[in-house]
Design a binder for this molecule. Sequence first.
Ligand code: CIZ
Length: 368
Amino acid sequence: MGEREEREQTLRAIRRLKERLGCELLILGHYYQNADNLAVADVIGDSYQLSVTASRSQARHIVFCGVHFMAESAAILARPGQRVWLPERAAGCPLADMITPEGFREAMEDLASLWGEAPVPVLYVNSSAELKALAGEAGGTCCTSSNAAAIAARLLGGRRRVFFLPDENLAWNVAVSLGEPAATWQAPVSPAAEAGRGAAGTRAPAGELRALRSARIAAWRGFCPIHQCMTVEDVERARADHPGCRVLVHPECSPEVVRRSDFAGSTSQLLKEAQKAGPGSTLVIGTETTFVRWLAANRPGVAIVPLRESGCRNMARITPEKLKAALERLAAPGRPGAEAGEVTVPEAVRSGAFQALRRMIDYTEGGG
Ligand code: CIZ
């Protein structure tokens, strides 16, 4: 059997399983998923849209075609009795792994002493449930790239200083868009360690420390490898290769790349820009390649090309075969458990994490 025929067969099997499971099942597909998974998903969206959909769904089984933190967010927001499944456990997020609870606590304490007030943590949803719980318990909120600037503006307008984490580029891009002073937080080095390195005894050059003291936005030093690799040279090359093109990038790209682009926005905002583009126009898009190709396939008449080939390997782990296997386990008699890819969050973590996600949704939907 050819590859295409095999794929068609898998998709037919998925559709049969969906029919069997009926309204018990909801398949969520993130925009970075392969086109086959998106073709069988019930709802397609970015992580914010999908977490809101999950929170409103009545389905008993939510199968998340995305990465672990997204399924975890759905599990945090789930109603009693709802269960969330990830077809491949190893689908993680390197950015989410760039901050630990210890790092969070250390930075929060240090900023509180530098600023003379506790910062409000604004935690990107690309983070673990444990981090979300810490942010929620500290009075903070989650954000995504589609609402980060609005949430920061609201908090800063209430005269609070914010600590954005873990994506440094997003933090700086928000600060630039709001015209707010920002600085990246660095871990203090103990005097003993400094002495061992023969350094002068401060943790950062005095200028950097001054900048941090007067900043209203502090950033954690994390990055998304998919977007971090996009460069100013890529933008210049795109303009030379496609005269008259518009360059659209994701705000996880560096501020230099954003400054040289025509538009920066979240995945769903990039989609809207592509939908608005006139026939015959050319868009060069700096974000995850699978998504850019999906946009190109769904927007005939507009030339859409990636700024740079940069695919998310973790998203690609959720193949149609793995999705089919996950549905087979749900449709089989008996009760599937953790070994079948269930994503659960302990209650002690869930309550704080729920607060952080709920604040984001309330701020964004106008209820908070
Ligand atoms: O939050 C998401 O879904 C991602 C990964 C990016 C975005 O901009 O929506």
